[in-house]
Design a protein around this ligand. Structure first.
Ligand SMILES: NC(=O)C1=CN([C@@H]2O[C@H](COP(=O)(O)OP(=O)(O)OC[C@H]3O[C@@H](n4cnc5c(N)ncnc54)[C@H](O)[C@@H]3O)[C@@H](O)[C@H]2O)C=CC1
Ligand SMILES: O=C(O)[C@@H]1CCC=N1
Length: 273
């Protein structure tokens, strides 16, 4: 399919980030696409204006793809109200945490019986084309649907098809949630700089530059993270002393990150029920 016409339902943090990526890469047919959001932000309005994307159109001409990007808690009230010409032909992509393909199918059943649904889990760096999106499907897709979903999400960064929904729920703590872990690390480094007597503006500047510098090196160097970590860590030096705290086998970052990913999985299961 050439770039699809697309309806974005919900253009908040994540929907807006995806929209930015799609329009930047020409991945959607902007003039045939629309955003529906009762409270669109100024940047989203400016983006739509610049690319000729309709915002809250009075009439829906119909869309190849509809991306469901409202909060999971809104699905039950919003999905049954969706309607446009040939809605049963539209491919639905959900980005919501937890909500299952079966639930989405039920909520769309009246107007789009047998709807083809792809569940995805993008991540916020999609806004700069550096997201990671997990995808999975429930067995109803037609030929070409998988390629359409992959192409849309690849415009926002890396993609990975999970074997089923449970797999997606398990892995989302590694991808969709993890930008928050990295931002938290930047916050923690800022706090540590403050504790060592650096002023607030400089504390933030040197902490955030440390995180973005390491991330840029990881992206560009080609060596795996473990090799780069070793190249910072002089035997018997200061980093080794620091890592004896941060990389403790039972209380260090690795077991804590693993526990965080498990907590995200547990919450995804709760949101599904
Ligand atoms: N924020 C993130 O990093 C990620 C979020 N997600 C998923 O994305 C979805 C949205 O999350 P955020 O963007 O963070 O939330 P958000 O609160 O920033 O965006 C939700 C948007 O939905 C709009 N909205 C409310 N009622 C609506 C309606 N009736 N019709 C259309 N739009 C409506 C709101 O005005 C808002 O702009 C959630 O399902 C979440 O699980 C998935 C991956 C990452
Ligand atoms: O916190 C959430 O539920 C969403 C999904 C992944 C990132 N944000």
């Amino acid at each position: 399919m050439a770039s699809p016409s697309l309806l974005l339902l919900g253009a908040g943090n994540m929907g807006g980030a995806l929209l930015r990526a799609w329009l930047g890469k020409g991945a959607i047919a902007a003039a045939k696409s629309a955003v529906v959001d009762p409270n669109p932000s100024i940047p989203v309005l400016e983006l739509c204006e610049a690319h000729g994307v309709a915002v809250n159109p009075a009439e829906d001409p119909g869309y190849d793809v509809c991306v469901l990007a409202v909060k999971p808690q809104m699905f039950a009230s919003v999905l049954p109200t969706l309607d446009w010409p040939r809605i049963a032909e539209t491919l639905f992509l959900s980005i919501a945490a937890g909500t299952t393909i079966e639930t989405i199918g039920h909520l769309l059943a009246e107007r789009a019986p047998g709807a083809r649904v792809v569940r995805t889990m993008p991540s916020l760096p999609a806004s700069v084309g550096r997201g990671v999106t997990l995808l999975c499907e429930g067995g109803r897709l037609r030929g070409g649907d998988r390629d359409v979903a992959t192409a849309l999400m690849a415009a926002a960064g890396e993609t990975y098809w999970c074997r089923d929904e449970d797999h997606l729920d398990r892995v989302m703590g590694v991808t969709g949630c993890s930008p928050a872990y990295v931002f938290l690390l930047a916050e923690a480094l800022t706090d540590a700089a403050l504790a060592q007597g650096v002023g607030p503006a400089d504390a933030r500047r040197i902490a955030e530059a440390s995180v973005t510098g390491a991330a840029a090196m990881l992206a560009q160097d080609g060596r795996p993270a473990a090799a780069l970590r070793r190249s910072v860590t002089s035997p018997g030096g200061t980093t080794q002393a620091a890592l004896s705290v941060l990389d403790d086998e039972t209380e260090g970052l690795r077991p804590r990150v693993n526990a965080a990913v498990e907590a995200a999985y547990a919450r995804a299961r709760e949101l599904a029920s």
